[in-house]
Design a protein around this ligand. Structure first.
Ligand SMILES: Nc1ncnc2c1ncn2[C@@H]1O[C@H](COP(=O)(O)OP(=O)(O)OP(=O)(O)O)[C@@H](O)[C@H]1O
Ligand SMILES: [Mg+2]
Length: 275
């Protein structure tokens, strides 16, 4: 009888193997039950129609995603009910659109409502895909676009802090950067909201941010992250790289190393910083 019970339990061992997935799922279900109505009411208040849940499996830490229609255009809706960081997306967008060359590298923010319990930002819906190592191998110039974007952002005094391929979308063979939720200022204070390093939850989130692609848990440098991305591509796909591509990637890795060590482009979160 005990062995039968063990067999049955083993069937459910996927629960242990996929603990994070299961946790996200139940967090999502709990979130829908408790927050769905107030969120959709708020989204409707911004005149959005045909609201639909989007990428449910990515919902986490009070972030939820929806799509909808605003005056017949498709919108991507990002909701933040816990961390209240969406003002960082707006601040970055406003500052970066001051650079005319950045306009088509950003996703347009159409409307927003921030500053209370449920924060919402409406973006143009991008019909495209997230950047992948495979896409870069097929079109190595994508890495140049990515690099140019980081140069523009950093020279405008902003550090993204979550540079990984998921935060770039390709549309019409052009790269756009998204997700400035955890961005901050390099040098001059621009009014970004920082997570609180003192609290356990925020420390966990900060450590996860750019994990593996930042120099240290509480130190970020966007150039360092791009350099790591390139190194991984070289490691995983070297056999598929032709000679010119390999040369180009090595050149960029060397160039990025200098920026990656430059303290002007490095953001260090002090143990005592907070909101
Ligand atoms: N404007 C957009 N149009 C279509 N899809 C989008 C758009 N912006 C983001 N997405 C998709 O929605 C998902 C979530 O976006 P986003 O990167 O902003 O959040 P996240 O990474 O889950 O959250 P976090 O802010 O915690 O990093 C991503 O998979 C992304 O591809
Ligand atoms: Mg993201």
């Amino acid at each position: 009888m005990i062995s039968n019970l063990i067999k049955k339990l083993k069937k459910y061992s996927f629960l242990h193997n996929n603990y994070t997935l299961v946790k996200f799922f139940f967090t999502g279900v709990f979130f829908i039950v408790c927050n769905y109505m107030p969120i959709t009411t708020k989204i409707k208040g911004l005149n959005v129609k045909s609201i639909k849940i989007f990428k449910f499996m990515l919902w986490h830490e009070g972030f939820a995603y929806f799509t909808g229609k605003l005056y017949n255009s498709d919108v991507f809706i990002k909701v933040d009910t816990k961390l209240h960081l969406l003002s960082n997306d707006i601040l970055s967008y406003e500052r970066l659109t001051e650079l005319p060359e950045m306009e088509d590298k950003l996703v347009k923010i159409i409307d927003y409502s921030v500053g209370d319990q449920i924060e919402i930002v409406l973006y143009d819906f991008v019909l495209g895909q997230e950047l992948t190592e495979q896409a870069i191998i097929q079109d190595p110039n994508l890495i140049v676009e990515l690099y140019d974007i980081i140069v523009d952002i950093n020279t405008q005094g902003i550090i993204h802090r979550d540079i990984n391929l998921n935060n770039f979308l390709i549309t019409n063979e052009k790269v756009k950067i998204i997700d400035f939720t955890f961005a901050n200022s390099l040098g001059e204070t621009l009014g970004f909201t920082e997570l609180r390093v003192q609290t356990e939850r925020d420390r966990r989130l900060l450590k996860y941010l750019g994990l593996g692609l930042n120099p240290e848990p509480f130190v970020w440098n966007d150039f360092y992250s791009v350099c790591q991305i390139l190194k991984r591509i070289m490691l995983n796909h070297q056999s598929k790289c032709d000679e010119n591509t390999c040369k180009m990637f090595s050149h960029y890795i060397n160039e990025l190393k200098c920026y990656a060590e430059d303290s002007n482009y490095t953001y260090v979160l002090s143990e005592h910083s907070g909101r």
